[in-house]
Design a binder for this molecule. Structure first.
Ligand code: SF4
Length: 427
């Protein structure tokens, strides 16, 4: 088989801070949305100034930027869409992600030089479907999440345009974009980027002659989350997926926190770099497909917030084990402690409570194993003069506080955006 290049690692950028976090932890590309017309209406998203700043920052670091314009548009949306497309072109994004053929047509006319990627909302599930969109000149297709390894391999063999696959993050219990639960329950339209996620709610059973009497569907006092799918995680299958020759691996989560972005991008970056090292040592495509990631990669998963994991359709059609019926999410083994805002003195914006004497982990870009440290001193930082060490001594932090941290060993050479986390006691 031919030699191959590793796929691009494509990360969510819900705002400028998360974009910088994704770049710091090793994304090859990020995707983002403008304030309108991207399917994440409640993410902070990017105004014009942030968009220009984000594209400039990413490009300075050799990272590509793709703009989501994947709304299913109504006529009233069209004039605004024209403005959004022009804004994306002027800001210098590397491609626009579209779903609606009308938006595709508009983009062709208004921004003809901008490459177009097809959104997962179009549910490409077979080779003929992929060939159709390839024939329309799409530079890349994001394949439906409902595909097996064999199907991805067959589509790869059938088309030469770029292919992108989701590897990690939340999934719908419907085909992506084919769900009206949110519109039905709350009037918030998932296909206009405003899903209220009712599939994560707790449900009960009501007999029609006994209104107001709620019978539990399962005997579990925490409730019954009958529609709550576990999160997609293809990390254990990464070598096989890489060996298919797909061009990009996408992480879901523009609504997720910067801490989540840091940990997922960091983990998949390290895993891809490990595969790259095997290739450098002579592994060909077939040998890569037979590789197994060392257990330390899978252990790292437990530190990232999740609803539990499923490989969805990758091996077989999902069964009941793909659902998380007992709760809306799982306990996680670590929580973000703080994000570095300034390095001299080391100043953190805290995300949780920790105290002098506690042990924290610092997630270092480029290295899987975190740096372990003990907190030796905490000072309240002055937001107007973060270089000052004159703030009040603290015994412990509270969330969303600016603090100067001293530790043993001292943390040196960190970059703004670096994540520190705290392990949680296990039951
Ligand atoms: S309600 Fe759930 S399944 Fe439906 S679109 Fe929203 S996230 Fe997806």
């Amino acid at each position: 088989m031919n030699p191959f290049t590793l796929p691009e690692l494509l990360a969510p950028a819900g705002n400028l801070e998360k974009l910088k976090t994704a770049v710091l932890y090793g994304a090859d590309a990020v995707y983002l949305g403008a304030k309108q017309h991207s399917l994440r209406a409640r993410a902070a998203n990017f105004d014009k100034a942030d968009l220009y700043a984000g594209v400039a920052f990413a490009h300075e670091h050799g990272v590509k930027v793709y703009a989501t314009v994947n709304i299913f548009a109504h006529n009233a949306d069209l004039p605004g869409l024209a403005d959004t497309l022009a804004l994306m072109r002027d800001a210098g994004v590397d491609a626009c992600i579209v779903a609606d053929p009308g938006v595709l047509r508009l983009a062709r006319r208004l921004v003809p030089d901008l490459p177009l990627h097809l959104s997962t909302q179009m549910n490409v599930t077979n080779a003929e479907h992929a060939a159709f969109w390839a024939g329309q000149g799409l530079a890349r297709l994001n394949l439906a999440r409902e595909l097996s390894l064999a199907e991805i391999t067959a589509i790869r063999a059938a088309v030469s345009c770029g292919l992108e696959v989701f590897v990690h993050g939340a999934i719908c219990i419907s085909y992506s974009g084919r769900c009206l639960l949110s519109t039905y329950f709350t009037g918030r339209d998932a296909n206009r980027g405003d899903c209220a996620q009712p599939c994560r709610y707790s449900y009960a059973l009501v007999e029609e002659k006994r209104p107001g009497q709620y019978f539990p569907i399962e005997e579990d006092r925490r409730g019954a989350y009958v529609f709550n799918s576990r999160d997609l995680c293809l990390l254990p299958h990464l070598p096989k997926l890489v060996a298919t020759g797909v061009d990009a691996l996408k992480i879901e989560g523009r609504m997720k926190s910067a801490g989540y972005v840091a940990q997922t991008v960091h983990l998949y970056r390290q895993a891809l770099d490990w595969i790259a090292a095997q290739v450098r040592q002579g592994a060909d495509r077939e040998e890569v497909a037979r590789l197994s990631l060392p257990p330390v990669f899978l252990a790292e998963l437990s530190a990232i917030g999740t609803r539990g994991h499923t490989d969805n359709f990758f091996v077989d059609a999902p069964d009941a084990t793909a659902m998380l019926h007992q709760s809306t999410r799982l306990e996680q083994s670590a929580v973000p402690a703080g994000i570095v805002r300034q390095t001299t003195p080391l100043t953190l914006e805290t995300r949780s409570t920790f105290a002098v004497g506690d042990t924290l982990e610092c997630l270092l870009p480029g290295r899987l194993a975190p740096q372990i440290l003990r907190v030796t001193r905490l000072l309240a930082a002055d937001p107007k003069d973060a270089a000052s060490r004159e703030g009040a001594e603290l015994t412990q932090t509270r969330p969303n506080q600016l603090v100067v941290l001293e530790s043993e060993p001292p943390l040196l050479g960190l970059q703004p955006g670096t994540l520190l986390r705290k392990r949680m006691p296990q039951p």
